[in-house]
Design a protein around this ligand. Sequence first.
Ligand SMILES: NC(=O)c1ccc[n+]([C@@H]2O[C@H](COP(=O)([O-])OP(=O)(O)OC[C@H]3O[C@@H](n4cnc5c(N)ncnc54)[C@H](OP(=O)(O)O)[C@@H]3O)[C@@H](O)[C@H]2O)c1
Length: 500
Amino acid sequence: MRAVICKAFGLPDSLSVGELPIPAIGETDVSIQVFACGVNFPDLLIIQNKYQFKPELPFSPGGEVSGIVENVGEKIKHLKSGDRVVALCGWGGFAEKVVVNASRVFPMPKGMDFINGACTLYTYGTSYHALKDRAQLKAGETLLVLGAAGGVGLAAVELAKTMGATVIAAASSTDKLAICKEKGASHLINYSSEDLRTRLKEITNDKGVDVIYDAVGGKLAEQALRSIAWRGRYLVVGFTTGEIPQFPANLPLLKGCSIMGVFWGSFAEREPQQSLQNFGELIALMKSGAIKQHIHKIYSLGDSPHALQDLMDRKIIGKAVVKVGDWSKEPVIQKEKITLPAEKEKTAPKPIHIHLSDIKNHVGRSIGVTNWFTVSQETINGFANATQDQQWIHVDVERAKQFLPEGKTIAHGYLTMSLAAKFFYELISIEGVTTSINYGLNKARFPVTVKSGDRIRMTGKILSAEDMLNNGIKLSVEAIIEIEGNPKPAYVGELLTAIY
Ligand SMILES: NC(=O)c1ccc[n+]([C@@H]2O[C@H](COP(=O)([O-])OP(=O)(O)OC[C@H]3O[C@@H](n4cnc5c(N)ncnc54)[C@H](OP(=O)(O)O)[C@@H]3O)[C@@H](O)[C@H]2O)c1
């Protein structure tokens, strides 16, 4: 099979393209025809023999692939030939075929293409685990991301934004920072021209940052730690500068802060249930359009040494991906792409599934966006009948044509508000709940009226989850209802729900 080959440890220019034997398949393995392979920083380390895993020479690098299952080992029942999958193979992905233990092969989510399939699990998986499980980032907190335009860094920026944090992105160029801004960063620091500590002081009004996500290490690490807030959390993620920082122990003492290690690979192995749950949540966020990988460039297999060189030269923003194999045998990629926000109405979003015991971990997180729903005259009439509120502005179509703006009737404000509860159950399903009562609304505002025929949809976010008597939980969900084509929302408020 055709592959990129590492014959002797060294830099990307020492790699060659040639033939390697097809690897043998064991009884718990899966063999995959590779369609795409993500380019990740560990690929650079593994070819230099600087990574924790050390394959025997000669080998092919490439640790994250997407493709189609060719064969499965005797003991594998949950995957079969022809399945579209993503896999974390460690190495061997810059090749036409790879054999991977089935525990690291996952069905590719519906709607995901091979390019995104090959570069999503690793970056978002790492950053989600870091922010959610390790730092327990909360809405309203500040997060500093060092190396914010890299693979894991940009995923952290985007995820933190969906979790309701204020993101400070730090990177080495204005081009890189511009993409961080697009992904939701509120503040930008160019650490090749600005002093990190001074800028952090200005941005946080001397308070310091609550959470630091460090993918680079080196000199910036101690500067960042000196700028952390009281009870802050410092996430040790990677050392792309090549320098492992050494912190004076008085710093965490003085700041009352924690320095936390992040090792996503080990987490996924040791805590598989939690890891699968994280995948599920990430897929829901992708489907809702809340997160989307930034693809910098797609390289051919023969060009993958250049892809690694570009990564090493800090030229990649977000992800680089290598396209492998013969794509003419596969249905056209455009047929299956991740749903963009503007296209959401074509496919119903699936509700996020979580367990009641996990609800507090979702505080500060988006629960996604619903489909568009048309508020027809029939809907308005139905509400008018049910509430016996028959005011002419709602139900008299002929009179509305003469007297009301745009000649259309107006939906009752309470109708718009009551739809928030309907939308809520479209977005989230909470396992373990036996009873739920939507018992009120808070801080309701109606910036724009909804007219007959308008299409509306709701974005939801869990604001708080407080214990109540009898093991109940009081949920407060931010509900923002927008009208298609109108920049101002129709409704902004908090939906209060008691769940037992
Ligand atoms: N702990 C875990 O579980 C885990 C999981 C995945 C990855 N990681 C680690 O996280 C780090 C980032 O991975 P990644 O895939 O996001 O890498 P990446 O896409 O290459 O991004 C790394 C960023 O580091 C910065 N950088 C600073 N000095 C650099 C140098 N000398 N060479 C290359 N980049 C440099 C670059 O940004 P600027 O140019 O803006 O400085 C670059 O955007 C790696 O160390 C990787 O091993 C850890």
